[in-house]
Design a protein. Structure first.
Length: 115
């Protein structure tokens, strides 16, 4: 499985960006798909995920500002980010997880929010 992320960039505080991730390759089974981020000097953290049951989970710091959506037919997951803050600056990683032993990561896309 390969995950290709796109849509990162530089934006001013209060602005918006949309990240997209497309999965390709041999894909079998129910899986969760979502986004994580890692800022310099910090641990990777959950941003948002669509679980295997189709529900959504958001990190506390992005609730109400970010929206995740998934297209099962296209095997993609998007992240709409509104009201961006400088603390949202990080490398954002797409993730697809089949179980505790099988998961895949995209290459990461940089999001920089200027104040």
């Amino acid at each position: 499985v390969q995950l290709q992320a796109s849509g990162g960039g530089l934006v001013q505080a209060g602005g918006s960006l949309r990240l997209s991730c497309a999965a390709s390759g041999t894909i079998f089974g129910i899986n969760a798909m979502g986004w994580y981020r890692q800022a310099p000097g910090k641990q990777r953290e959950l941003v948002a995920v669509v679980t295997t049951s189709g529900s959504t989970i958001y990190g506390d710091s992005v609730k109400g500002r970010f929206t995740i959506s998934r297209d099962y037919a296209k095997n993609t997951v998007d992240l709409q980010m509104n009201s961006l803050k400088p603390e949202d600056t990080a490398v954002y990683y797409c993730n697809q997880r089949f179980n505790s032993a099988v998961e895949y990561w995209g290459q990461g896309t940089q999001v920089t929010v200027s104040s």
